[in-house]
Design a protein around this ligand. Structure first.
Ligand code: NAD
Length: 472
Protein backbone atom coordinates (compact mmCIF):
# COMPACT_ATOMS: atom_id res chain seq x y z
CA UNK A 1 0.00 0.00 0.00
CA UNK A 2 1.04 3.56 -0.50
CA UNK A 3 2.44 5.10 2.66
CA UNK A 4 0.37 8.00 3.94
CA UNK A 5 2.96 10.57 3.00
CA UNK A 6 3.77 9.13 -0.43
CA UNK A 7 1.96 11.73 -2.47
CA UNK A 8 2.97 14.12 -5.20
CA UNK A 9 1.69 17.65 -5.33
CA UNK A 10 0.95 18.78 -8.87
CA UNK A 11 2.01 22.41 -8.97
CA UNK A 12 1.06 25.02 -11.57
CA UNK A 13 4.34 26.51 -12.86
CA UNK A 14 2.55 29.79 -13.58
CA UNK A 15 1.65 30.55 -9.98
CA UNK A 16 2.88 27.72 -7.72
CA UNK A 17 -0.70 26.79 -6.75
CA UNK A 18 -1.30 23.13 -5.94
CA UNK A 19 -3.58 21.73 -8.65
CA UNK A 20 -3.95 18.21 -7.31
CA UNK A 21 -2.38 15.62 -5.08
CA UNK A 22 -1.75 12.18 -6.52
CA UNK A 23 -0.35 9.05 -4.90
CA UNK A 24 3.15 7.89 -5.75
CA UNK A 25 2.65 4.36 -7.03
CA UNK A 26 4.97 2.20 -4.93
CA UNK A 27 7.22 -0.59 -6.22
CA UNK A 28 4.90 -3.18 -4.65
CA UNK A 29 1.89 -1.63 -6.37
CA UNK A 30 3.73 -1.60 -9.72
CA UNK A 31 4.44 -5.32 -9.32
CA UNK A 32 0.79 -5.96 -8.48
CA UNK A 33 -0.40 -3.98 -11.50
CA UNK A 34 1.96 -5.92 -13.77
CA UNK A 35 0.61 -9.23 -12.45
CA UNK A 36 -3.00 -8.07 -12.84
CA UNK A 37 -2.31 -6.76 -16.33
CA UNK A 38 -0.83 -10.12 -17.31
CA UNK A 39 -4.04 -11.80 -16.16
CA UNK A 40 -6.11 -9.34 -18.21
CA UNK A 41 -3.93 -10.03 -21.24
CA UNK A 42 -4.19 -13.78 -20.79
CA UNK A 43 -7.97 -13.58 -20.42
CA UNK A 44 -8.20 -12.44 -24.04
CA UNK A 45 -10.77 -9.71 -23.32
CA UNK A 46 -8.59 -7.34 -25.33
CA UNK A 47 -5.80 -9.38 -26.91
CA UNK A 48 -8.35 -11.91 -28.20
CA UNK A 49 -10.54 -9.37 -29.97
CA UNK A 50 -10.42 -9.11 -33.73
CA UNK A 51 -8.10 -6.22 -34.60
CA UNK A 52 -11.10 -4.43 -36.13
CA UNK A 53 -12.87 -4.55 -32.76
CA UNK A 54 -9.86 -3.05 -31.01
CA UNK A 55 -9.82 -0.35 -33.69
CA UNK A 56 -13.48 0.46 -32.96
CA UNK A 57 -12.77 0.89 -29.25
CA UNK A 58 -9.78 3.12 -29.95
CA UNK A 59 -11.86 5.24 -32.32
CA UNK A 60 -14.41 5.60 -29.52
CA UNK A 61 -11.61 6.69 -27.19
CA UNK A 62 -10.50 9.32 -29.72
CA UNK A 63 -14.09 10.60 -29.96
CA UNK A 64 -14.27 10.96 -26.18
CA UNK A 65 -10.93 12.76 -26.13
CA UNK A 66 -12.36 15.13 -28.73
CA UNK A 67 -15.45 15.67 -26.56
CA UNK A 68 -13.16 16.55 -23.62
CA UNK A 69 -10.51 18.35 -25.64
CA UNK A 70 -10.80 21.68 -23.87
CA UNK A 71 -10.49 19.99 -20.46
CA UNK A 72 -7.47 17.98 -21.61
CA UNK A 73 -5.85 21.13 -23.00
CA UNK A 74 -6.41 22.94 -19.72
CA UNK A 75 -4.91 20.07 -17.70
CA UNK A 76 -1.73 19.98 -19.82
CA UNK A 77 -1.46 23.76 -19.87
CA UNK A 78 -1.83 24.04 -16.08
CA UNK A 79 0.43 21.11 -15.21
CA UNK A 80 3.26 21.93 -17.63
CA UNK A 81 2.88 25.72 -17.99
CA UNK A 82 2.34 25.30 -21.73
CA UNK A 83 0.51 28.15 -23.50
CA UNK A 84 -3.15 27.14 -23.70
CA UNK A 85 -3.35 27.94 -27.41
CA UNK A 86 -0.47 25.52 -28.08
CA UNK A 87 -2.38 22.79 -26.21
CA UNK A 88 -5.73 23.54 -27.86
CA UNK A 89 -4.34 23.79 -31.39
CA UNK A 90 -1.36 21.46 -31.24
CA UNK A 91 -0.95 18.91 -28.46
CA UNK A 92 -4.52 17.74 -27.94
CA UNK A 93 -5.66 17.55 -31.59
CA UNK A 94 -2.34 15.81 -32.27
CA UNK A 95 -2.99 13.27 -29.52
CA UNK A 96 -6.49 12.54 -30.85
CA UNK A 97 -5.17 12.16 -34.38
CA UNK A 98 -2.52 9.73 -33.11
CA UNK A 99 -5.12 7.49 -31.48
CA UNK A 100 -7.17 7.51 -34.71
CA UNK A 101 -4.12 6.80 -36.86
CA UNK A 102 -3.10 3.78 -34.80
CA UNK A 103 -6.69 2.56 -34.54
CA UNK A 104 -6.78 2.54 -38.31
CA UNK A 105 -3.55 0.52 -38.41
CA UNK A 106 -4.87 -2.22 -36.09
CA UNK A 107 -6.02 -4.51 -38.93
CA UNK A 108 -3.34 -3.53 -41.41
CA UNK A 109 -0.33 -5.20 -39.87
CA UNK A 110 0.66 -7.98 -42.20
CA UNK A 111 3.31 -10.60 -41.78
CA UNK A 112 5.26 -12.07 -44.67
CA UNK A 113 5.41 -15.44 -46.39
CA UNK A 114 8.96 -16.77 -46.62
CA UNK A 115 10.30 -18.19 -49.90
CA UNK A 116 10.57 -21.66 -48.37
CA UNK A 117 10.62 -24.94 -50.37
CA UNK A 118 7.26 -26.02 -51.83
CA UNK A 119 6.79 -28.67 -49.16
CA UNK A 120 6.78 -25.99 -46.47
CA UNK A 121 4.62 -23.05 -45.53
CA UNK A 122 6.78 -20.54 -43.67
CA UNK A 123 5.51 -17.17 -42.60
CA UNK A 124 6.06 -14.46 -40.05
CA UNK A 125 3.57 -12.65 -37.89
CA UNK A 126 3.86 -9.94 -35.28
CA UNK A 127 2.42 -10.63 -31.84
CA UNK A 128 1.90 -8.42 -28.81
CA UNK A 129 4.26 -8.80 -25.86
CA UNK A 130 1.51 -9.04 -23.27
CA UNK A 131 2.23 -6.42 -20.63
CA UNK A 132 4.17 -3.39 -21.82
CA UNK A 133 5.06 -0.08 -20.20
CA UNK A 134 5.70 3.52 -21.14
CA UNK A 135 7.49 6.21 -19.14
CA UNK A 136 6.77 9.77 -20.20
CA UNK A 137 8.30 13.25 -19.99
CA UNK A 138 6.40 16.34 -18.85
CA UNK A 139 6.80 18.61 -21.87
CA UNK A 140 4.14 17.07 -24.15
CA UNK A 141 2.12 15.09 -21.61
CA UNK A 142 -0.82 13.84 -23.67
CA UNK A 143 0.83 14.02 -27.08
CA UNK A 144 3.58 11.63 -25.93
CA UNK A 145 1.06 9.43 -24.12
CA UNK A 146 -0.96 9.05 -27.33
CA UNK A 147 2.09 8.00 -29.35
CA UNK A 148 2.43 5.07 -26.92
CA UNK A 149 -1.21 4.25 -26.11
CA UNK A 150 -2.23 4.04 -29.78
CA UNK A 151 0.13 1.36 -31.10
CA UNK A 152 0.53 -0.51 -27.79
CA UNK A 153 -3.22 -1.07 -27.48
CA UNK A 154 -3.96 -1.48 -31.19
CA UNK A 155 -1.48 -4.38 -31.18
CA UNK A 156 -3.37 -6.07 -28.32
CA UNK A 157 -1.07 -5.39 -25.37
CA UNK A 158 -2.03 -4.25 -21.88
CA UNK A 159 -0.18 -0.98 -21.23
CA UNK A 160 1.07 0.45 -17.95
CA UNK A 161 1.85 4.10 -18.45
CA UNK A 162 3.76 6.31 -16.04
CA UNK A 163 3.25 9.99 -16.76
CA UNK A 164 5.93 12.45 -15.68
CA UNK A 165 5.86 13.35 -12.01
CA UNK A 166 4.60 16.87 -12.74
CA UNK A 167 1.99 16.15 -15.42
CA UNK A 168 -0.20 13.11 -14.70
CA UNK A 169 -3.69 14.62 -14.94
CA UNK A 170 -4.43 14.40 -18.68
CA UNK A 171 -3.27 10.78 -18.87
CA UNK A 172 -5.32 9.88 -15.78
CA UNK A 173 -8.36 11.39 -17.44
CA UNK A 174 -7.71 9.46 -20.64
CA UNK A 175 -7.50 6.22 -18.62
CA UNK A 176 -11.05 6.86 -17.43
CA UNK A 177 -12.14 7.70 -20.98
CA UNK A 178 -10.68 4.40 -22.17
CA UNK A 179 -13.08 2.50 -19.92
CA UNK A 180 -15.96 4.72 -21.06
CA UNK A 181 -14.97 3.88 -24.66
CA UNK A 182 -15.36 0.17 -23.97
CA UNK A 183 -11.71 -0.75 -23.56
CA UNK A 184 -11.81 -3.39 -20.80
CA UNK A 185 -10.74 -2.33 -17.31
CA UNK A 186 -7.07 -2.95 -16.67
CA UNK A 187 -5.97 -2.80 -20.32
CA UNK A 188 -4.68 0.75 -19.88
CA UNK A 189 -3.31 1.61 -16.45
CA UNK A 190 -1.94 5.05 -15.67
CA UNK A 191 0.28 5.01 -12.59
CA UNK A 192 1.40 8.41 -11.33
CA UNK A 193 4.59 8.60 -9.36
CA UNK A 194 8.24 9.58 -9.28
CA UNK A 195 11.08 8.26 -11.41
CA UNK A 196 13.15 6.64 -8.67
CA UNK A 197 10.09 4.83 -7.21
CA UNK A 198 7.47 4.16 -9.89
CA UNK A 199 9.64 4.50 -13.00
CA UNK A 200 12.47 2.39 -11.62
CA UNK A 201 10.01 -0.33 -10.59
CA UNK A 202 8.61 -0.49 -14.12
CA UNK A 203 12.09 -0.63 -15.66
CA UNK A 204 13.09 -3.59 -13.50
CA UNK A 205 9.76 -5.42 -13.43
CA UNK A 206 10.11 -9.08 -14.48
CA UNK A 207 6.71 -9.33 -16.21
CA UNK A 208 6.80 -6.29 -18.47
CA UNK A 209 8.03 -7.41 -21.87
CA UNK A 210 8.73 -4.08 -23.52
CA UNK A 211 9.22 -0.55 -22.26
CA UNK A 212 9.10 2.62 -24.28
CA UNK A 213 10.81 5.54 -22.58
CA UNK A 214 10.74 9.20 -23.53
CA UNK A 215 12.79 11.57 -21.43
CA UNK A 216 16.34 12.70 -20.82
CA UNK A 217 19.40 10.80 -21.95
CA UNK A 218 20.61 10.38 -18.37
CA UNK A 219 17.38 8.68 -17.31
CA UNK A 220 17.32 6.62 -20.50
CA UNK A 221 20.66 5.11 -19.51
CA UNK A 222 19.26 4.17 -16.08
CA UNK A 223 16.21 2.55 -17.68
CA UNK A 224 18.38 0.54 -20.05
CA UNK A 225 20.58 -0.59 -17.17
CA UNK A 226 17.55 -1.66 -15.11
CA UNK A 227 16.17 -3.61 -18.07
CA UNK A 228 19.52 -5.35 -18.54
CA UNK A 229 19.72 -6.20 -14.86
CA UNK A 230 16.15 -7.57 -14.73
CA UNK A 231 14.39 -9.46 -17.52
CA UNK A 232 16.10 -7.91 -20.55
CA UNK A 233 12.80 -6.37 -21.57
CA UNK A 234 12.92 -4.71 -24.95
CA UNK A 235 13.69 -1.04 -24.43
CA UNK A 236 13.06 1.85 -26.75
CA UNK A 237 14.52 5.20 -25.81
CA UNK A 238 13.47 8.61 -27.15
CA UNK A 239 15.73 11.16 -25.52
CA UNK A 240 17.22 14.62 -25.65
CA UNK A 241 18.55 16.75 -28.45
CA UNK A 242 20.10 20.00 -29.57
CA UNK A 243 18.87 20.13 -33.10
CA UNK A 244 20.71 22.30 -35.62
CA UNK A 245 18.83 24.67 -37.90
CA UNK A 246 21.19 25.06 -40.85
CA UNK A 247 20.66 28.20 -42.93
CA UNK A 248 22.61 28.47 -46.18
CA UNK A 249 23.55 31.71 -47.95
CA UNK A 250 20.27 31.71 -49.90
CA UNK A 251 18.24 30.97 -46.73
CA UNK A 252 16.76 34.45 -46.46
CA UNK A 253 14.86 33.76 -49.69
CA UNK A 254 12.48 31.65 -47.56
CA UNK A 255 11.34 34.94 -45.99
CA UNK A 256 8.86 34.58 -43.15
CA UNK A 257 8.87 30.79 -43.50
CA UNK A 258 12.48 30.83 -42.33
CA UNK A 259 11.96 33.24 -39.44
CA UNK A 260 8.73 31.52 -38.33
CA UNK A 261 10.47 28.14 -38.54
CA UNK A 262 13.41 29.31 -36.42
CA UNK A 263 11.06 30.92 -33.88
CA UNK A 264 8.90 27.81 -33.54
CA UNK A 265 11.95 25.57 -33.36
CA UNK A 266 13.56 27.65 -30.65
CA UNK A 267 10.69 28.82 -28.49
CA UNK A 268 7.68 26.49 -28.75
CA UNK A 269 6.87 25.22 -25.25
CA UNK A 270 9.51 27.68 -24.02
CA UNK A 271 12.17 25.68 -25.86
CA UNK A 272 11.42 22.74 -23.55
CA UNK A 273 11.10 20.51 -26.56
CA UNK A 274 13.18 17.47 -27.50
CA UNK A 275 13.54 18.65 -31.10
CA UNK A 276 14.06 22.29 -30.09
CA UNK A 277 16.12 24.03 -32.76
CA UNK A 278 18.44 25.40 -30.13
CA UNK A 279 21.44 25.78 -32.47
CA UNK A 280 21.25 27.95 -35.56
CA UNK A 281 24.14 27.36 -37.95
CA UNK A 282 24.13 30.17 -40.49
CA UNK A 283 26.28 30.96 -43.50
CA UNK A 284 28.65 33.78 -42.57
CA UNK A 285 27.47 35.97 -45.48
CA UNK A 286 23.98 36.41 -43.97
CA UNK A 287 24.80 36.04 -40.27
CA UNK A 288 24.17 39.64 -39.23
CA UNK A 289 20.95 40.08 -41.20
CA UNK A 290 19.56 36.76 -40.04
CA UNK A 291 20.38 37.49 -36.40
CA UNK A 292 18.72 40.92 -36.65
CA UNK A 293 15.50 39.50 -38.12
CA UNK A 294 15.45 36.48 -35.80
CA UNK A 295 16.05 38.69 -32.75
CA UNK A 296 13.33 41.13 -33.78
CA UNK A 297 10.80 38.28 -34.09
CA UNK A 298 11.92 36.69 -30.80
CA UNK A 299 11.58 39.98 -28.94
CA UNK A 300 8.04 40.38 -30.28
CA UNK A 301 6.85 37.10 -28.78
CA UNK A 302 4.32 37.51 -26.04
CA UNK A 303 5.58 36.15 -22.74
CA UNK A 304 2.94 35.67 -20.08
CA UNK A 305 0.31 33.67 -18.26
CA UNK A 306 -0.14 30.38 -20.15
CA UNK A 307 -3.91 30.46 -19.60
CA UNK A 308 -4.14 33.64 -21.73
CA UNK A 309 -4.89 32.59 -25.33
CA UNK A 310 -2.59 35.36 -26.61
CA UNK A 311 0.44 34.02 -24.73
CA UNK A 312 3.19 32.51 -26.87
CA UNK A 313 5.83 31.87 -24.20
CA UNK A 314 4.84 30.62 -20.76
CA UNK A 315 6.76 29.85 -17.58
CA UNK A 316 9.64 27.43 -17.16
CA UNK A 317 8.52 24.13 -15.59
CA UNK A 318 10.06 24.87 -12.18
CA UNK A 319 12.49 27.12 -10.34
CA UNK A 320 15.34 24.60 -10.50
CA UNK A 321 15.13 24.45 -14.28
CA UNK A 322 14.94 28.25 -14.56
CA UNK A 323 18.02 28.60 -12.34
CA UNK A 324 19.92 26.06 -14.42
CA UNK A 325 19.03 27.76 -17.72
CA UNK A 326 19.90 31.25 -16.47
CA UNK A 327 23.19 30.04 -14.98
CA UNK A 328 24.23 28.67 -18.39
CA UNK A 329 23.24 31.94 -20.10
CA UNK A 330 25.12 34.06 -17.57
CA UNK A 331 28.21 31.87 -17.81
CA UNK A 332 28.18 32.10 -21.62
CA UNK A 333 27.79 35.89 -21.50
CA UNK A 334 30.57 36.18 -18.92
CA UNK A 335 32.76 34.22 -21.33
CA UNK A 336 32.05 36.66 -24.15
CA UNK A 337 28.73 35.66 -25.76
CA UNK A 338 26.66 38.50 -27.19
CA UNK A 339 22.95 38.73 -26.30
CA UNK A 340 21.00 39.40 -29.50
CA UNK A 341 17.62 38.97 -27.78
CA UNK A 342 16.37 38.29 -24.26
CA UNK A 343 19.04 37.14 -21.87
CA UNK A 344 17.01 37.86 -18.75
CA UNK A 345 14.01 36.76 -16.75
CA UNK A 346 10.67 38.51 -17.17
CA UNK A 347 8.36 39.30 -14.25
CA UNK A 348 4.80 38.13 -14.86
CA UNK A 349 1.99 38.61 -12.38
CA UNK A 350 1.29 35.36 -10.60
CA UNK A 351 4.80 34.40 -9.62
CA UNK A 352 6.11 31.81 -12.11
CA UNK A 353 9.62 31.91 -13.57
CA UNK A 354 9.64 33.30 -17.10
CA UNK A 355 12.67 33.68 -19.36
CA UNK A 356 12.59 36.05 -22.34
CA UNK A 357 13.22 34.28 -25.67
CA UNK A 358 16.99 34.43 -25.81
CA UNK A 359 19.41 34.41 -28.74
CA UNK A 360 23.15 34.33 -28.15
CA UNK A 361 25.90 34.85 -30.73
CA UNK A 362 29.70 34.86 -30.60
CA UNK A 363 29.85 32.02 -28.11
CA UNK A 364 33.34 31.28 -26.79
CA UNK A 365 34.93 28.09 -28.11
CA UNK A 366 34.39 25.20 -25.73
CA UNK A 367 31.51 26.88 -23.88
CA UNK A 368 29.21 24.13 -22.54
CA UNK A 369 26.20 25.98 -23.97
CA UNK A 370 27.40 24.84 -27.42
CA UNK A 371 26.74 21.20 -26.63
CA UNK A 372 24.38 20.72 -23.67
CA UNK A 373 20.62 20.40 -23.99
CA UNK A 374 19.46 23.51 -22.12
CA UNK A 375 15.75 22.73 -22.40
CA UNK A 376 14.71 26.36 -22.23
CA UNK A 377 14.01 29.34 -24.51
CA UNK A 378 17.65 29.87 -25.44
CA UNK A 379 19.16 29.48 -28.89
CA UNK A 380 22.74 29.92 -29.96
CA UNK A 381 23.82 31.13 -33.40
CA UNK A 382 27.08 30.00 -35.00
CA UNK A 383 28.62 30.83 -38.40
CA UNK A 384 29.84 28.46 -41.08
CA UNK A 385 31.53 29.12 -44.38
CA UNK A 386 31.19 25.85 -46.32
CA UNK A 387 28.65 23.05 -46.52
CA UNK A 388 31.22 20.60 -45.18
CA UNK A 389 31.82 22.82 -42.18
CA UNK A 390 28.07 23.11 -41.52
CA UNK A 391 27.69 19.33 -41.52
CA UNK A 392 30.73 18.89 -39.29
CA UNK A 393 29.40 21.44 -36.79
CA UNK A 394 25.95 19.84 -36.86
CA UNK A 395 27.44 16.45 -36.05
CA UNK A 396 29.91 17.62 -33.41
CA UNK A 397 27.65 16.81 -30.45
CA UNK A 398 26.45 13.64 -28.78
CA UNK A 399 22.81 14.13 -29.82
CA UNK A 400 21.22 13.27 -33.14
CA UNK A 401 17.49 13.81 -32.87
CA UNK A 402 16.49 16.27 -35.59
CA UNK A 403 17.77 18.96 -37.93
CA UNK A 404 16.40 21.50 -40.39
CA UNK A 405 18.05 22.75 -43.56
CA UNK A 406 17.14 26.00 -45.30
CA UNK A 407 18.36 26.26 -48.88
CA UNK A 408 16.75 26.04 -52.30
CA UNK A 409 19.90 24.53 -53.81
CA UNK A 410 19.07 20.85 -54.25
CA UNK A 411 22.71 19.79 -54.01
CA UNK A 412 23.26 21.55 -50.69
CA UNK A 413 19.86 20.42 -49.38
CA UNK A 414 20.33 16.76 -50.18
CA UNK A 415 23.99 16.54 -49.24
CA UNK A 416 23.27 18.18 -45.90
CA UNK A 417 20.15 16.14 -45.20
CA UNK A 418 22.21 13.03 -45.92
CA UNK A 419 25.29 14.21 -44.05
CA UNK A 420 23.62 15.23 -40.82
CA UNK A 421 23.50 12.52 -38.17
CA UNK A 422 19.90 12.81 -37.01
CA UNK A 423 16.77 10.69 -37.07
CA UNK A 424 14.65 13.32 -38.82
CA UNK A 425 15.70 16.13 -41.13
CA UNK A 426 13.31 18.73 -42.51
CA UNK A 427 14.19 20.84 -45.52
CA UNK A 428 12.72 24.30 -46.04
CA UNK A 429 10.77 24.16 -42.80
CA UNK A 430 10.89 23.02 -39.17
CA UNK A 431 9.01 19.76 -38.81
CA UNK A 432 9.03 16.29 -37.32
CA UNK A 433 6.74 15.18 -40.15
CA UNK A 434 3.20 13.96 -39.69
CA UNK A 435 2.03 10.60 -38.32
CA UNK A 436 3.03 8.77 -41.48
CA UNK A 437 6.69 9.66 -40.94
CA UNK A 438 8.79 7.69 -38.43
CA UNK A 439 10.35 9.62 -35.57
CA UNK A 440 13.33 8.50 -33.53
CA UNK A 441 16.75 9.69 -32.54
CA UNK A 442 20.26 8.69 -33.51
CA UNK A 443 23.35 8.65 -31.32
CA UNK A 444 22.50 9.54 -27.72
CA UNK A 445 19.06 10.86 -28.70
CA UNK A 446 17.49 7.51 -29.31
CA UNK A 447 17.77 3.79 -29.34
CA UNK A 448 15.71 0.75 -30.09
CA UNK A 449 12.65 1.89 -32.00
CA UNK A 450 10.71 4.74 -33.50
CA UNK A 451 7.44 6.52 -32.81
CA UNK A 452 4.71 7.24 -35.39
CA UNK A 453 4.02 5.43 -38.67
CA UNK A 454 3.50 1.67 -39.05
CA UNK A 455 7.09 1.28 -37.87
CA UNK A 456 5.94 2.26 -34.35
CA UNK A 457 4.45 -1.22 -34.03
CA UNK A 458 7.94 -2.67 -33.98
CA UNK A 459 8.26 -1.29 -30.43
CA UNK A 460 5.10 -2.99 -29.27
CA UNK A 461 5.13 -6.34 -31.09
CA UNK A 462 7.59 -9.17 -31.57
CA UNK A 463 8.05 -11.19 -34.70
CA UNK A 464 7.44 -14.91 -34.86
CA UNK A 465 8.42 -17.17 -37.75
CA UNK A 466 6.19 -20.22 -38.25
CA UNK A 467 7.48 -23.15 -40.31
CA UNK A 468 4.94 -25.81 -41.34
CA UNK A 469 6.10 -28.95 -43.12
CA UNK A 470 3.21 -30.07 -45.31
CA UNK A 471 2.46 -33.76 -45.10
CA UNK A 472 1.05 -34.73 -48.42
P1 NAD B 1 13.35 12.87 -17.25
O1 NAD B 1 14.35 11.94 -17.83
O2 NAD B 1 13.73 13.64 -16.04
O3 NAD B 1 12.02 12.08 -16.86
C1 NAD B 1 11.33 11.32 -17.81
C2 NAD B 1 10.53 10.27 -17.10
O4 NAD B 1 11.43 9.31 -16.52
C3 NAD B 1 9.66 10.79 -15.97
O5 NAD B 1 8.41 10.14 -16.00
C4 NAD B 1 10.45 10.41 -14.74
O6 NAD B 1 9.65 10.23 -13.58
C5 NAD B 1 11.06 9.09 -15.17
N1 NAD B 1 12.25 8.67 -14.42
C6 NAD B 1 13.15 9.44 -13.76
N2 NAD B 1 14.10 8.67 -13.19
C7 NAD B 1 13.79 7.39 -13.50
C8 NAD B 1 14.40 6.13 -13.22
N3 NAD B 1 15.52 6.05 -12.50
N4 NAD B 1 13.84 5.02 -13.74
C9 NAD B 1 12.73 5.09 -14.50
N5 NAD B 1 12.10 6.25 -14.78
C10 NAD B 1 12.63 7.39 -14.30
O7 NAD B 1 12.90 13.84 -18.43
P2 NAD B 1 11.89 15.07 -18.36
O8 NAD B 1 12.56 16.21 -17.66
O9 NAD B 1 10.54 14.64 -17.89
O10 NAD B 1 11.73 15.40 -19.91
C11 NAD B 1 12.64 16.18 -20.59
C12 NAD B 1 13.56 15.32 -21.43
O11 NAD B 1 12.77 14.51 -22.30
C13 NAD B 1 14.44 16.14 -22.35
O12 NAD B 1 15.73 15.60 -22.38
C14 NAD B 1 13.77 15.99 -23.70
O13 NAD B 1 14.64 16.19 -24.80
C15 NAD B 1 13.27 14.59 -23.62
N6 NAD B 1 12.18 14.36 -24.58
C16 NAD B 1 12.44 13.55 -25.65
C17 NAD B 1 11.45 13.32 -26.61
C18 NAD B 1 11.72 12.45 -27.81
O14 NAD B 1 10.76 12.00 -28.43
N7 NAD B 1 12.96 12.18 -28.16
C19 NAD B 1 10.19 13.90 -26.44
C20 NAD B 1 9.96 14.71 -25.34
C21 NAD B 1 10.97 14.92 -24.41
Amino acid sequence: MTADNAYLEIVNPANSSVLATVPITSAEEVAEHARDAAAVFDSGVWSGLAPRERAAALYALADLMERDASLLARLDSEDAGKPITECLEGDIPGAIESIRYFAECADKLYGAVAPAPGSVLAFTQREPFGVVAAILPWNYPLAMAAWKIGPALAAGNCLILKPADATPRSALHVASLAVEAGIPEGVLRVLPGTGPVTGAALASDPIIGALSFTGSTATGRAVLRAAADSNLKRVSLEMGGKSPQIVFADGLSFGDTLIDGLITAAFMTQGQNCTAGSRVLVHESIHDELVARFAQAASALRVGDPSDPATQVGPIINAGAADRIMAAVHAAVDAGAVVAAGGAEVAVEGGGRYIAPTILTDIAEGDPILTIELFGPVTIVQKFSTREEAIEMANAIEYGLAASVYTKNIDDALATARGVQAGVVSVGNYSEGDLTSPFGGWKQSGFGGVEKSLRAFEQWTREKAIWIELQG
